[in-house]
Design a protein around this ligand. Structure first.
Ligand SMILES: Cc1cc2nc3c(=O)[nH]c(=O)nc-3n(C[C@H](O)[C@H](O)[C@H](O)COP(=O)(O)OP(=O)(O)OC[C@H]3O[C@@H](n4cnc5c(N)ncnc54)[C@H](O)[C@@H]3O)c2cc1C
Length: 220
């Protein structure tokens, strides 16, 4: 097996570390919000934002005026975290309370997507990642909108996942206590879509919306 570099090797509870690309992709594909950490003016900043994964790249987009986008475009080292919480672990002791989760951490430097066609393809990748088929239904980006939008790409190279599953793990002596222990599992519920209050009459619900929640690609 390939040696995991120290930077990305999970040290705390190392048996929860996963480095296989396919498993990392699976977690990234269940979510669409990441938190990006970077240094700005000597201060560590963490900013939540949308992302899309295509092949071995994570695409991030934002306003040309965004501090985050401008800083990332300087080629600084960044760290990206994606988190999915699957349940609360209620142990007998407060100490062993925890959560079931799947998370990914990626390090690296983002690079600017250049060229009109390349930018459109990258924006489509973000859109497709979040809601399949919506790109084709919506009006495409104008030149002015493209000029106002920066798209960056981060290779999924220096990456790790960490996954906790199962029930509480208590101290041996605590199993005799009369204290309830177990898991509160979480699922994400997708509610019925609400049409815009100024939507023109006679516009049917499109497939991307109808299918959201039905397809395996849905983020739930
Ligand atoms: C929803 C959630 C809740 C958590 N709650 C707590 C908590 O309350 N207290 C706590 O101490 N820890 C918690 N963790 C675990 C936490 O993310 C860290 O793994 C842990 O704190 C060890 O941090 P460290 O810097 O010592 O990691 P180290 O093991 O030293 O990290 C080394 C490298 O391993 C990788 N790595 C570490 N953690 C993760 C991760 N979560 N996902 C992917 N790669 C990772 C990174 O590449 C990192 O640079 C939680 C995780 C999640 C997802």
């Amino acid at each position: 097996m390939k040696k995991v570099p120290d930077k990305t090797r999970v040290k705390r509870v190392p048996q929860r570390g996963i480095y296989n690309k396919e498993d990392i992709y699976k977690i990234l594909d269940k979510e669409f919000v990441c938190h990006i950490g970077f240094i700005h003016n000597d201060i560590p900043v963490v900013i939540p934002t949308l992302y899309g994964r295509k092949d071995n790249d994570l695409y991030i987009h934002g306003s040309m005026a965004s501090r985050m986008m401008k800083t990332l475009n300087e080629g600084v080292e960044i760290s990206v975290a994606v988190t999915r919480v699957n349940g609360l672990i209620l142990a007998r002791s407060g100490f062993h309370h925890s959560a079931n989760y799947e998370s990914v951490v990626i390090f690296g430097k983002a690079t600017l997507i250049e060229g009109k066609a390349e930018n459109i393809a990258a924006l489509k990748a973000v859109s497709d990642h979040i809601i399949t088929g919506r790109w084709e239904e919506a009006r495409g980006p104008s030149d002015k909108e493209l000029k106002a939008t920066m798209v960056l790409k981060l290779p999924i190279e220096e990456a790790s996942a960490k996954v906790r599953t199962g029930g509480p793990k208590d101290d041996k002596a605590d199993y005799d206590l009369d204290i309830w222990a177990g898991v509160i599992p979480f699922t994400r519920t997708i509610e019925t879509p609400i049409p815009d209050e100024v939507l023109r009459d006679g516009i049917p619900v499109p497939n991307s919306v109808k299918n959201y929640g039905q397809e395996p690609s849905t983020k739930k």
